[in-house]
Design a protein around this ligand. Structure first.
Ligand code: IPE
Ligand code: IPE
Ligand code: MG
Length: 259
């Protein structure tokens, strides 16, 4: 699937087709309760379940969650091991449920640094759910936006060595980690920081951003509804003027038969 917001104005809807989330604030949630940081990660998993359910119910097609960045390896060893273990446990517990709910699981990121048993569970989970037609849930693990662009560029060059100096977006697109999904419509970052932290650098070109102070373990169905409501109120111009957007909407509405 190749659709690029910088090449053609994408079709948009009241409900975002693709939501991408930086799930931040687990450590602070735990610290506020005098608990170890890892307790926040454990609670964060509950917020993941709620968000997956909420997105599936709202008719979102793709949900992409940032679980572990290429830079998160810099954290204390015990925290990194806990996060990897939590990922293993989550895959063992949740894949069957995802499958029952017709959810397709995908994992993006550099698998070369992940433990073999984790890679095995990821492969199994992806294989089991590959034919599902509901929400596509993507977990970004050991993912970095720069890693993504570089690995795509390297693959593109080795695939088309003849095209030197003449590569297009269309040549690169199939090699990007999220090549199967449209670009995100809505980006949410919890935890109060207003930065991308090397998440989807290429794919967020025209995404609507929402930063909230809420900490990830507190993020619930109401928070999701608020995010959707904020999204609905935005005017997505993709470089055009507001007048052009309004005219286009009028044309579409006049063609839609009323009951
Ligand atoms: C996000 O929460 C989870 C991961 C990065 C894995 P944090 O662990 O970054 O929580 P804070 O930012 O320290 O509160
Ligand atoms: C971003 O959160 C990565 C994930 C949520 C997985 P961080 O907590 O690692 O981001 P920084 O370090 O504050 O930018
Ligand atoms: Mg953080």
């Amino acid at each position: 699937m190749f659709s690029s917001s910088t090449i053609a104005v994408p079709k948009t809807d009241k409900v975002p087709r693709h939501v991408a989330i930086i799930m931040d604030g687990n450590g602070r949630w735990a610290r506020n309760r005098f608990l170890p940081r890892v307790a926040g990660h454990r609670r964060g998993l509950e917020a993941v379940r709620t968000t997956v359910r909420g997105c599936a119910e709202a008719g979102v097609g793709y949900l992409t969650l940032f679980a572990f960045s290429s830079e998160n390896w810099r954290r204390p060893e015990e925290e990194v091991s806990f996060l990897m273990e939590l990922f293993v446990v989550a895959l063992r517990q949740e894949v069957a449920r995802l499958h029952e709910n017709n959810i397709r699981l995908k994992v993006i990121g550099d698998r070369s640094g992940l433990e073999a048993r984790l890679v095995e569970l990821i492969t199994q989970g992806e294989r089991k759910t590959a034919g599902n037609t509901g929400l596509t849930l993507t977990i970004a693990a050991d993912y970095g936006g720069r890693w993504d662009i570089l690995q795509a560029v390297n693959k593109m060059i080795s695939e088309h060595p003849d095209k030197q100096g003449c590569y297009s977006e269309g040549d690169l697109a199939p090699f990007l980690a999220l090549s199967y999904a449209p670009e995100p419509d809505l980006f949410i970052r919890t935890g109060g920081e207003q930065r991308i932290s090397n998440f989807l650098l290429w794919q967020l070109a025209y995404t609507e951003f929402l930063f909230t102070d809420e900490l990830w373990p507190d993020f619930n169905s109401k928070s999701l509804a608020r995010a959707f409501s904020s999204y609905r109120s935005r005017e997505r111009r993709f470089g055009r003027t507001s007048e052009q957007v309004t005219d286009m909407q009028r044309q579409v509405e006049s063609k839609t038969p009323t009951r």
